[in-house]
Design a protein around this ligand. Structure first.
Ligand SMILES: Cc1cc2nc3c(=O)[nH]c(=O)nc-3n(C[C@H](O)[C@H](O)[C@H](O)COP(=O)(O)OP(=O)(O)OC[C@H]3O[C@@H](n4cnc5c(N)ncnc54)[C@H](O)[C@@H]3O)c2cc1C
Length: 392
């Protein structure tokens, strides 16, 4: 059977040579250094801290942070390619890059003071510290305006009290981006954002037992009368919701790119298996029903990739709000990643459930991205509301 060069055929018709080189370089590093560690890290619940540190000198840790703050910013599409290729081998390392750049780094860049940028961006870009975004609460993550973590002004300073759940990278982070409210009755107009040192007295980080991603150490974070100095306020009191909106807009781009990487991984694992595995005297890839799954996996991945790169190009062109396109990309790419993992498992038969093969692990990891940074239901609602003129 003829070998198809997927790197040469995937939707990259508008990538520059430099962007194509970024893909090859990240892919080569990820396959050589990261891939061999993932299964063992997952079994042992081992967070890949050292590998994340190694991304910094290569320029893969801070692709959205400008050079004058120690980052390697070139363009948004390249950032998406870095996220895609890292996620193709490891959810956790891609997530660390995505949270540090899209949610936390971009928020500091766009809404922080120069002193906040100088304090947090160089150590983030150098890999000296990691970042966590503390948004979701036990009472709900979709309805962010309904958050309950309380921020109380004490003179010029602040005191935070409340609980956050499902916080990725928390135990390893050197900076928390925290969303709180000055008054829950004010709904979104009460939301206020803070940059907090996780070592501040009153912060307790405890493991949140998960069915997947043992190597991410997903945590609960408790804020018990945590004193935050005035320079920890990001933006202005009660003006946190637009900061969240901008952060999630960029976050959904990188999550969508990560989903494309995961969808691609399912394809890359499935093609050789379908060629080699035999039943009834022939390769299973010669059965039409297997071929149908392979064709659908490839089509949905390429369709999602086109949406993601288009969104990246809009951001590179300076389009201010891309929320509709961000929702479309994130929705389609996350559902493609889950469906590809399901199809891959079916094609692998019983071996899809064997710990000898990756495809079984991919399924729950992909499904988490239909929930994080906006559930599929939320994105369908946003897309419909934008299109119906119910939301501007
Ligand atoms: C692996 C993983 C890592 C995560 N990392 C982080 C992190 O680092 N930081 C962080 O802050 N959070 C993180 N999260 C949390 C994630 O962002 C939330 O789980 C998500 O926002 C959904 O919130 P929830 O779980 O409270 O569900 P809920 O908000 O309770 O929603 C439950 C269900 O109701 C549906 N629903 C809710 N509102 C509506 C509506 N208006 N219309 C239709 N359906 C609706 C939802 O779509 C969902 O199906 C992580 C989650 C996972 C699984």
């Amino acid at each position: 059977m003829t070998e198809i060069n997927h790197l040469g055929r995937m939707a990259d018709f508008d990538l520059t040579d430099t962007q194509r080189q970024v893909r090859l370089a990240v892919r080569e590093f990820a396959e050589r250094e990261i891939l061999p560690t993932v299964e063992q890290n997952e079994r042992e619940g081992q967070y890949p801290r050292e590998l994340i540190r190694q991304l910094a000198p290569l320029g893969y840790l801070a692709p959205l942070i400008p050079e004058n703050y120690g980052g390697s910013f070139s363009d948004v599409v390249s950032y998406g390619i870095v996220c895609e290729e890292l996620a193709r081998v490891d959810w956790v390392i891609a997530s660390a890059v995505s949270v540090a750049n899209s949610l936390v780094g971009s928020s500091i860049l766009r809404f922080g003071t120069e002193s906040q940028r100088q304090q947090w961006l160089p150590p983030l870009a150098a890999g000296e510290i990691l970042a966590s975004a503390c948004l979701t609460e036990p009472s709900g993550g979709t309805d962010l305006a309904g958050m309950r973590t309380q921020a109380t002004a004490v003179g010029d300073d602040w005191v935070l009290r409340g609980n956050k759940v499902f916080i990725s990278h928390a135990a390893e982070a050197g900076v928390f981006l925290v969303a709180a409210t000055v008054d829950p009755a004010l709904s979104h107009q009460g939301v206020t954002m803070f940059l907090v040192d996780p070592a501040t007295p009153g912060i307790e980080i405890s493991p949140l037992p998960m069915r997947t991603l043992q190597r991410d150490n997903v945590a609960e974070v408790h804020f018990d009368d945590v004193h935050v100095p005035s320079d920890g306020l990001l933006g202005k009191q009660g003006r946190g919701f637009p900061i969240l909106g901008a952060a999630l807009d960029t976050g959904r781009f990188s999550v969508a790119a990560r989903c494309v990487g995961q969808a691609q991984r399912a394809i890359d694992l499935t093609l050789p298996y379908a060629r080699d595995r035999r039943a009834f005297g022939q390769a299973i890839g010669e059965f039409q029903m297997v071929q149908q799954k392979v064709a659908d996996m490839i089509c949905r991945t390429e369709a999602a990739r086109c949406l993601v790169y288009r969104l990246g190009r809009m951001k590179d062109a300076g389009v201010e709000r891309c929320s509709l396109e961000a929702s479309m990309s994130k929705l389609m790419a996350s559902e493609a990643a889950t469906q590809n993992a399901l199809d891959a498992i079916q094609i692998f038969g019983g071996y899809g459930f064997s710990s000898e093969y990756e495809v079984g692990r991919l399924l729950l990891e992909a499904k988490t991205l239909e929930v994080g940074e906006g559930t599929s239901e939320l994105h369908r609602k946003l897309i419909a509301e934008f299109s119906l003129g119910l939301r501007k």
